[in-house]
Structures are given as C-alpha cells and as structure tokens.
Design a protein around this ligand. Structure first.
Ligand code: ZN
Length: 356
C-alpha cells in the first residue's frame, strides 16, 4: 500500500475519492494513557462508569471467544484495527434517535444526539456516551501521531478522535460504522443496559472508619460519608455535632448486587461496630453516633430485621441487646468534602475492625 497516499487521505478527509481505489488501512496504537474519566474502582478489580456500566477490561481469551462470532468486516475493523472505506458504512447516514453500541461487547459508545455530518465518509460524533466507555491511546503508526479510540471494555478498535469537531467539545470521533450497532431508545439489549446498582445506608458511629472499610468491599462501587434521619435539610458537620439536629452519621453504600449481596454488607456492618451501644461508639458520645440501618426496599428491611434476630439469638454479643435502628431511608446529605476518604487522606489510624 502507498503509505504516503494513505497518510494524505487520513489527514485530508476531503480526498475521500482517492481512498475508494484502495481497500482498507490497518493500524494499532502503541502506547496508552488514561485520563480522569470518572471511573470508580471496586476492591475486587471491577471498574464502574458514572453512567452505571461495568467497564472492567475483559480478559483477552473472552474477547477472542466473542470475536469468533463476528462477520469479516466487523472482525477486521474491531480486532485488526482496519479502516472501512469511507462512505460505505451502514450507520453513516442514520439519523434516528438512539444509542450506538460496541459491535463486539455491547457497551454504549455514542448517543445519536452527538452525531454530526462531518463530510469525511465515516460516522462522526462530538462526544462519547460516557468518557469512561471510550479509551484513548496515542497511535504513532503511519508516520503521524493520532489518538486511537477503542471500546474501554473489550478493546475493539473504533477509529480515531481529532480536535476539529464542532462545539461544545471541538472533538470529532471518527468511527467505523462496522464497529458499532445501533438501537433505538428503549430497545437496548440486556448487555447494553446499565447495571442495576443498589444503595444501602449504614450508621455505625463516626463515619470515617465505616466509610473507609465499606469502600474496600468487593463489589462496592462507592461509599460516601453523610448525614440522615434528622430534622433539618443539608446539615453541616458542626450543626449535627452541636445543634441537636437528630441526624446520624451515615455511610451511603452503592453496590453491584452481581458482585456483593446486601447480606454480606450487613455481616460487614456488624463486624465494624458494636450494635449494643446506645447513642455512642466507644469514646464518641451523642445520638449522631447511633447504630442504624436505613433501608431502601422491603427486601432490605426484612433481611436486616432477620439478621439482627439471628445475631441476637447467637452468643456473638454476650446476650447484650442489639439497639440498631431499622428505618426507611429519608434523604441523605453528603458530608463536607474533607470528611470523604478521611482515613486515606489523613493516614489516621482507625479503630474500626476490617470486616473483609
Ligand atoms: Zn466492546
């Protein structure tokens, strides 16, 4: 293949006609970098995007297995980084409302509302569905420096991103049509739908340590320190401590039920604190340090009550009464920034027992 011609065509999209005489050009990026794209990492190695997808990179063998089912064109583009001939992609002129997903693993890549007509002959988008779903890698092949884009989950080659797109991003994601499937809104297949993450709320005394250890739960997507079950809106830490607002220091736990059960969280909670102390935990005294489970579903409520009954019947707490409140969750107010990840930020020791 004439490399100079290939280079010219890639840079100057106006010369689309010249490309038609050739077939495909293939390239693979050689160095990677990752930006701040809002991904939350769970302790078991799973990564979750802000829009609620598991974006953990799939093992090579699994991708190879999936790739066996692909047609030749899709295989060449996604697995060998080939580029389809401009003007030939089925999705190039698609103007329907919907979502463009990875042709290999189904992860949503682009929304129809960011698609625009670039005149290059390839489907073009000015923004990703979620920045965590499209990985960028510097591509130095073909004698120039470009940014390759791939599916963050399965590594499928999609195309390249350039800085000559329209507002508001100024970017142009130049994507091979063959690398994507299109679904109208409401018709996304299961593998393209967000995970059904769940939320649970636990109050077990000072939230610093409770948050720290819940964050380490295998399958916990996020743990946040805050206040709930009080009488005022958006309380400050000072108000909760000194103005008798009735809030409990509470940790909001967002978890992937495919990876960890609510029951496992309950077990961890009762290892982390002493549920027999009323309105205190050790040296911390006051009703903001009370023990509580604030449920978000009837299932959580029933499970919490049953587990407390089971614990009470055991000799785990030497016959002392478990005083943990079980109430329907009211509004949760996140605590000030300096309370978040406090143990990690300050390196302070924590009296809470590691439950994992
Ligand atoms: Zn994929």
């Amino acid at each position: 293949m004439d490399k100079n011609l290939t280079t010219y065509v890639l840079v100057a999209s106006a010369l689309v006609a010249g490309w038609l005489a050739i077939n495909t050009a293939c390239s693979r990026a050689d160095a990677s970098h990752e930006g701040d794209n809002g991904v939350k990492q769970s302790a078991n190695g799973h990564s979750y995007s802000k829009s609620g997808y598991d974006v953990t990179p799939l093992p090579r063998e699994q991708v190879e297995e999936m790739a066996k089912k692909l047609g030749v064109d899709v295989f060449n583009v996604t697995q060998k980084a080939c580029t389809e001939r401009p003007g030939t992609g089925e999705l190039l002129r698609n103007k329907s409302d919907g979502v463009y997903t990875c042709a290999v693993c189904g992860l949503p890549l682009f929304n129809s509302d960011s698609k625009f007509e670039s005149g290059t002959g390839w489907p073009s988008f000015y923004r990703e569905f979620d920045p965590a779903h499209v990985k960028r890698t510097v591509d130095s092949s073909l004698g120039m420096s470009r940014t390759e884009i791939t599916c963050a989950r399965c590594g499928a080659h999609l195309g390249h991103v350039f800085n000559d797109g329209p507002k508001p991003t100024g970017e142009r994601h130049c994507v091979n049509s063959a690398a994507m499937n299109f679904y109208k809104k409401g018709e996304l297949p299961v593998e393209s739908q967000p995970l059904k993450l769940e939320t649970a709320y636990f109050a077990g005394g000072c939230f610093w340590g409770i948050e720290h250890y819940f964050q380490k739960g295998p399958g916990v997507v996020d743990a946040v320190s805050g206040f709930m079950q009080g009488r005022t809106a958006k309380p400050s830490y000072k108000e909760v401590c000194y103005e008798n607002t009735g809030h409990a220091e509470t940790v909001k736990v967002v978890f992937d039920p495919q990876q960890i059960s609510f029951h496992r969280l309950l077990e961890a909670f009762f290892v982390m604190h002493d549920p027999t102390q009323l309105n205190r935990q050790g040296p911390d005294v006051g009703d903001q340090y009370r023990s509580g489970i604030y449920y978000t579903s009837e299932e959580q409520k029933n499970e919490a009550l049953a587990y407390i009954k089971e614990l009470q019947a055991s000799d785990k707490f030497a016959g002392k009464k478990i005083v943990t409140q079980v109430e329907a969750a009211k509004e949760f107010y996140p605590a000030e920034d300096y309370h978040q990840d406090y143990i990690v930020k300050t390196g302070r020791a924590c009296h809470v027992t590691n439950p994992w």
